[in-house]
Design a protein around this ligand. Structure first.
Ligand code: 4NP
Length: 155
């Protein structure tokens, strides 16, 4: 069976998208689904996730320490079925690299799975405090659960 491939994308690939990958990994069967994460920026290539993301993940029973930052590349349109953008900037940056409608259709704003049709951003917690990371974790958990129910279980 061909695995479904999901890529979570934020700006730095150290705060939001590693958390989204960790949450999705905890919800899917690795025999059926592959999850990776990337950043639209090149600031943190090769870096581990931000320690505040590592901490909030750990508090919720997830280990994301093995992830390393990498930059989104156009080849990801070929390799992934779903590309989940954390905010509208990420969404526009990714879509601007799409070469056809099929690629563009793969890109989804992740919070539309939690609050449909609102096009809301997962706020970037990088410059904020720890509470920002708890909020981000809660919204990503809801969005990822709904994503799995909608796109992976009913299809
Ligand atoms: P992320 O947060 O996009 O959720 O990983 C950021 C992390 C680092 C930077 C920006 C956003 N930065 O500019 O270094």
């Amino acid at each position: 069976m061909t695995k479904t491939r999901i890529l979570t994308v934020c700006l730095g690939n150290i705060c939001r998208s590693p958390l989204a990958k960790g949450i999705l990994d905890s919800l899917v069967d690795p025999e059926e689904v592959v999850v990776d994460s990337a950043g639209t920026g090149d600031y943190h290539i090769g870096d581990p996730p931000d320690e505040r993301s590592v901490e909030v993940a750990k508090k919720n029973g997830l280990d994301i320490t093995d992830q390393r930052g990498r930059q989104f590349k156009t080849d990801d349109f070929v390799r992934y079925d779903f590309i989940l953008a954390m905010d509208n900037y990420n969404y526009e940056d990714i879509v601007s690299l799409a070469s056809n409608e099929q690629d563009k259709d793969k890109v989804k704003l992740i919070l539309n799975y939690a609050i449909p049709g609102e096009n809301l951003d997962v706020p970037d917690p990088y410059f904020g405090g720890t509470s920002g990371f708890d909020d981000v974790y809660a919204m990503l958990t809801k969005a990822c659960r709904n994503f799995v129910d909608k796109e992976l279980k009913n299809g």
